[in-house]
Design a protein around this ligand. Sequence first.
Ligand code: NAP
Length: 474
Amino acid sequence: MVGARVAVIGAGPSGLYAAAAIVASGADVDVDVLDRLPAPYGLVRYGVAPDHIKMKSVIRVLGRPFGPGEVRFLGGVRVGDGSDGSIPLSLLRDHYTAIVHATGSAVDRCLGIPGEELPGSVGSGEIVGWYCGHPDHGRAPVLDTPGVAVVGAGNVALDVARVLARPAEEMAPTDVPDAVLDGLRGSAVRDVHVLIRRGPQHVKFTPVELRQLGDLADAEVVVHDDGALAEPLGEGVSDKRQRANLDVLAGWARAHPASGARRAARRIHLRFFRSPVRILGTQRVTGVVVERTALMPDGRVVGTGEQDTLDVGLVVRAVGYTAEPIPGLPFDATSGTVPNVAGRVIDLSGTPVRGQYVTGWIRRGPTGVIGTNKHDAVETAASLLADLPDLPEPPHPDPDDLARVLSEHGVRPVDWSAWLRLDAEEIRLGRARGAERVKVAELAAMLEAVYAADEAGPASVVSVAEALSEGRRR
Ligand code: NAP
């Protein structure tokens, strides 16, 4: 066999770490990275908060394999069930020896409480997608009331609370699209209530991110802990991260007691032992009923019956994510992952599905920071490389065959040099605003920049945009 062909589906950190690990092995393998969007970097581009500029610098590492042309980028290619311009997995199997799925967990988990379906009740994916300029989330959230509730005690809840509490001027040097900056400038938000169902010793925040809440120019953190932090909670806690969180929280509780005078234009209220039980409103969200909780010895959280109402116009669920099943692969709906052993996909009876691999959140669930994906990807790549000698050559290994088939499906892939044109356009827009870059958020505008130098541009732009937006409507 002349060189194996591997497709990595998903150009986020997990997919790109996997591609890099396969290339670094020196094996005789051609690697293509496919993504449904015309831009690479997945959650680094569309999940890491815009004001975490340093964290985004990891793209310099992630983009490296594309530079020397070792890895091909095929943007704007959506793998799905074959409908609406998506490319079925069965078709890709005809062209690749092995496939690594790195499509993450993009679906917001729900609370399952009344009123959750009202306008103004959103998953964090929607609001993070908006401020990160994701083409699927162009609609601005309603920021016309002083109160907002954010449910959850993970880093996503912190990101959302922080961005909503920052003055718009602090976001101007970031890559947020101009429309997002305008939305933040017009925001009426004054009080962001973070609803945390357990105690201060149970939060999932990382201390660096938690501390950052205290550094905002005109917002203060108010801790509502029902006196829990006055107890020596740290003594029974061995985990370093939890102890560091407790120190930060106790410091704030002493400095700005919940009953103290307010000194900033905005407040982030950390409300411990509180869970939303009902979202109020008829046409849209007008409030949320919050119940005091208690922790049972077995770790369960139960309601105490003591309830309060917060006046809020927006409720954001930041309670974790799950994945959509991948058509053609087994799926464990409880964990929201594809069953696997060391990255090798297995079916529900435990038998390996030949030539199929997973990495990142679709493999282990939505946990860990960006670097966590590297370890995961290296292990998946090792499994794949060990299996390669025994995997059969695909019926159509010639890349030209794939290009022809994609074209028959109305898909014109965005290659690396085309993405670099969009990249350059975003950097140019950034220069005008004093930022490193400003994102182009609308799909048609992204594709216009991608095909800027292309004679055959407009017609293709329309067809690719149509194919992609068809996918979004699914
Ligand atoms: P997460 O860390 O798993 O946190 C989810 C939170 O939602 C937990 O506090 C959980 O509380 C709470 N929750 C779940 N169901 C709930 C319910 N029904 N009612 C109330 N609360 C509920 O998830 P995440 O914040 O989405 O973050 C995902 C991953 O991305 C994490 O590994 C995170 O560290 C990472 N991330 C990192 C950064 C960064 O490094 N800056 C930024 C963003 C995300 P319980 O503990 O009680 O279940």
